[in-house]
Design a protein around this ligand. Structure first.
Ligand code: GUN
Ligand code: ZN
Length: 443
C-alpha cells in the first residue's frame, strides 16, 4: 500500500544527535513538546516545532498523535531468530545452555518452511516492541538465512543477517565445513547484500565452534566483500574464554584469535565482551569495531557485568549498541534491555541516564552498525523508521508519568524523567505504533 509521498506527523519528538557519553547531554538531544515530522518518499524531510513549521506544510496530510512521544525506531545489535522459541530455558550457563537447549532447537531450521514461519513471528515480535533494525544470527542452514531475508524484504525492513558458520564442537546435524561455509556465505552475500534495505554479515558463531581454517575463510570473505559486516560472539563467559585459550594456544587472548583471521575491523560487531581485558578494549577502539551490550542475556546466563564505562571511556572509546540476544536474552524489548543495562551499571556503581540509554537504543546502535548516515534520529534525509510511544501505557506508568494537560512534558528535565520511568517500567505495551519508511507497519 503506497500512501501519499509527502505527509506529516504531529506529536512530541525526542531524538539523539550526538554521543552523550562524550558531550553535554543537553547538546546531544532535541526535544519538541509539540513537533511536526515531515516524511517524503519514506525519508525525513523536516522536523521542528509544529507552530513554526506548519505554515510551510499546510497542504499535506498530518497524523496527530496527541499526548504521544515519537522517537527513532530501536536498533537491536545482536539477536538470534532461531532461538525465539527457546527463550527462558532454565538453569544453565553458556556452554551447557548451548548444548542442552540451543543446538537441538537450531536443528529445526534445516526446514525452510519452518524457518519462514518463525521469521514471520520473529519480525512481528521485533516490530511490536519498536525494533525496526536488527543484526541477526540465523542458523547454520543456508535456507534459514534465505527465509529470513525473504521475510524481511517483504516488509521493507533494514535488517542485517548472516548464515552461521560452525564446523566443529557442535552436533553433526549442525555443522558445516570450512569450504561449504565459504561457498554458501559467498552465494548469500551475492544474493542479499544491499538488496533493497538488506545487508549481509559474515557470521562465524564463535571461536569454539570454528576451526582456524573456517575463521580464515571468513576473513577471506571480508577481504573480497569489504562492505559486509562481521558478526560473532566474544568473551562472554569465563569458561568460554578459558576454552578458547586452550583451543588457540598461539593466540594472545580471545580477540586475537579473530584478529589473526582478519576479522577485527570497522564493520565488525562483537556480542558481549563481558570478559574483555584492557588491551582488548584498546584494540577494539583502534579497529573501530563495535560491541553489542546484551545485559538481559548476561544476567540470565550469569555471564557477568559488562564494563560499559570502560567501553565508553575517552582513552579507548568503543562503539556500543544494545542487543537483546534472544534466546539467551529474556526479552525482545529494547526498553527492558535498557532497564537491565541501567541495573548492570548500578551494580558497577555507574549511572546510565535516560538520554544515554536512548542513545544506545537509537543513534548509538546505528553508529555501531555503521548505519548512522541512514538511521538513529530524525536528521533530514534519514530513513523514517520510528515509533509512537505511550508513556502512560499501564496504570502505574500513568501515575508515575502524569502530566499537566496536553503535552507530555515541556522541559528537557521533565522528558528525561518520564523517559527514565518508561525505560525502567516499560515494555511492548508502551509501543503504540511502529512506522517503517513512513508507513505504518502491519504485524
Ligand atoms: N556463543 C556462541 N553461541 C552463542 C549463542 O547462541 N548465544 C549466546 N548468548 N552466546 C553464544
Ligand atoms: Zn548471541
Amino acid at each position: 500500500m503506497q500512501n501519499q509521498t509527502i505527509k506529516g506527523f504531529r506529536a512530541s519528538f525526542l531524538d539523539v544527535i550526538a554521543d552523550p557519553f562524550y558531550e553535554t547531554e543537553a547538546d546531544c538531544v532535541r526535544y519538541f513538546p509539540d513537533g511536526l515530522l515531515v516524511v517524503e518518499h519514506g525519508k525525513v524531510k523536516d522536523l521542528g516545532d509544529y507552530e513554526t513549521l506548519y505554515p510551510q506544510y499546510a497542504d499535506i496530510p498530518i497524523t496527530y498523535y496527541r499526548d504521544r512521544l515519537i522517537v527513532s525506531g530501536f536498533i537491536d545489535t545482536h539477536i538470534h531468530f532461531p532461538q525465539m522459541e527457546m527463550i527462558a530455558s532454565y538453569g544453565e550457563q553458556l556452554l551447557e545452555w548451548l548444548s542442552t537447549y540451543t543446538f537441538p532447537t537450531e536443528r529445526k531450521f534445516a526446514d525452510r518452511n519452518y524457518a519462514l514461519e518463525i521469521s514471520s513471528l520473529f519480525l512481528n515480535e521485533l516490530l511490536r516492541n519498536g525494533t525496526t533494525t536488527a543484526l541477526v544470527f540465523t542458523s547454520v542452514f543456508l535456507q534459514s538465512t534465505d527465509a529470513f531475508f525473504e521475510e524481511a524484504q517483504r516488509r521493507n525492513l533494514r535488517m542485517i543477517a548472516g548464515k552461521v558458520m560452525m564446523d566443529r564442537h557442535a552436533p553433526d546435524f549442525l555443522v558445516d565445513t570450512a569450504a561449504s561455509s565459504y561457498l554458501e556465505t559467498k552465494q548469500l552475500i551475492e544474493k542479499w547484500h544491499k538488496r533493497d534495505r538488506l545487508l549481509y554479515a559474515v557470521t562465524p558463531r564463535f571461536a569454539i565452534t570454528s576451526t582456524s581454517e573456517q575463521l580464515t575463510n571468513a576473513g577471506k570473505l571480508l577481504a573480497e566483500f569489504p562492505d559486509v559486516y562481521l558478526h560473532t560472539h566474544l568473551s562472554e563467559n569465563v569458561k568460554e574464554v578459558e576454552t578458547v585459550a586452550e583451543f588457540f594456544p598461539e593466540s594472545e587472548g580471545y580477540l586475537d584469535v579473530y584478529d589473526r583471521a582478519g576479522l577485527v575491523g570497522s564493520k565488525s560487531v562483537f556480542a558481549h565482551g563481558v570478559q574483555l581485558t584492557d588491551r582488548e578494549f584498546a584494540r577494539l577502539s583502534e579497529a573501530k569495531s563495535a560491541i553489542a551490550f546484551c545485559p538481559t542475556s548476561n544476567l540470565f546466563l550469569g555471564s557477568g557485568l559488562f564494563k560499559l564505562e570502560k567501553a565508553k571511556s575517552s582513552e579507548t572509546p568503543v562503539k556500543v549498541g544494545l542487543g537483546t540476544d534472544v534466546g539467551a536474552g529474556t526479552s525482545f524489548s529494547i526498553l527492558r534491555t535498557a532497564s537491565a543495562a541501567y541495573q548492570v551499571a548500578q551494580l558497577r556503581s555507574q549511572k546510565l541516564s535516560a538520554f544515554k540509554a536512548l542513545f544506545l537504543a537509537t543513534l548509538g546502535g546505528a553508529i555501531a552498525l555503521s548505519l548512522d548516515d541512514k538511521l538513529g534520529n530524525f536528521e533530514i534525509g534519514k530513513e523514517a523508521d520510528f515509533i509512537v510511544l505511550n508513556l502512560r501505557s499501564t496504570p502505574i506508568m500513568a501515575l508515575r508519568n502524569k502530566s499537566s494537560d496536553q503535552a507530555i512534558a515541556t522541559t528537557l528535565a521533565e522528558i528525561s524523567d518520564q523517559l527514565f520511568a518508561t525505560i525502567i517500567m516499560g515494555d511492548d505495551r508502551a509501543i503504540e505504533t511502529t512506522y517503517i519508511m513512513g508507513e505504518k507497519a502491519e504485524f
